[in-house]
Design a protein around this ligand. Sequence first.
Ligand code: NAI
Ligand code: MG
Length: 332
Amino acid sequence: MTTRTLVLIPGDGIGQEVVPEAARVLQAVLPTLHVIEAEAGWATFQRDGVSVPATTLERIRQAGAALFGAVQSPARKVAGYRSAILTMRQALDLYANVRPVRSLPLPGARPNVDLVIVRENTEGLYVGEETGDGETAIAQRRITHHASARIGRVAARLARHRLTIVHKANILPLSDGLFRDTVRTVVSEVRPDLDVDELLVDVAAYHLARAPEQFDTLVAPNLYGDILSDLAAVWCGGLGLAPSINLGDSIAVAEPVHGSAPDIAGKGIANPIAAILSGALLCRYVWGEAAAADAIEQAVARALQEGAATRDLGGTLTTREMTNAVLAALEG
Ligand code: NAI
Ligand code: MG
């Protein structure tokens, strides 16, 4: 049996509360999992002057897998501070941000949504190259064949039967045209069985809001993917339930979509499900443990169906009690 190592990076705020709970669930499905801890975030920056210490990056590189909680970001610009998650994405070349969005059995939730958004994570407008003189400001937006091809490969691997390429090539034929054409070519090479179509980003937003059930997998340049994945997260049933994973070629960092939630931090009432489902993504996409991922996702669905609910879901369970409900459903 292979020994796998997972680096836990709780980070700030409720990250400290939900990440250890998600680790309990992972250890229940993968008893030989070796878990180590590492630091990152705002508290780390205040103490050490860096948001992600070199030792943390080294531990993630060696293990190949991390579960990250959340970081708090200062409301004002602070000299020398860089967001921990952006630092990790860049330093570890985590070029694909993957957000599955699936209906959960909650009162009033929309059924039959089961889609994945694959967002290019390294370029587009996020190259952060802006110039301006107060009269005119210009932001560079970079699209490369290299980055489009590798995100296309990830999307082709994750799609089940249909892949929708999102772009705005009618306005940006050179850059978005390059993205669209590169993804199409790569996908036709590696997954000729897939049904490939394309949507302009504004039309994609309309369809994601109106009829999310129709989608399987969407692939998009950075900013479009960022916006569409927050829109689609509505169909998860709330921030306390939405998981994600950042993938590189041999390294992955899973993280709940939510932030550090300073309004409820330290009270032990944060919903751990988003972090638990992020752990399931490590099982599925990194360790090839589809059965373990299925077991976690089914246990979460069963616990919710049986009425387990933290405060964000209208219930009274604490973070630990919610995790216990998932663990009980795993065994049941
Ligand atoms: P947030 O996601 O932390 O919180 C938004 C609202 O959702 C709050 O009312 C919070 O209580 C609630 N919420 C979030 N997660 C929850 C959970 N698991 N259970 C129950 N309720 C939950 O976003 P916000 O307030 O905009 O940002 C707070 C801090 O987090 C900021 O410093 C921000 O920069 C940072 N942040 C970090 C992210 C990351 O680490 N990837 C992502 C988003 C924000
Ligand atoms: Mg976002």
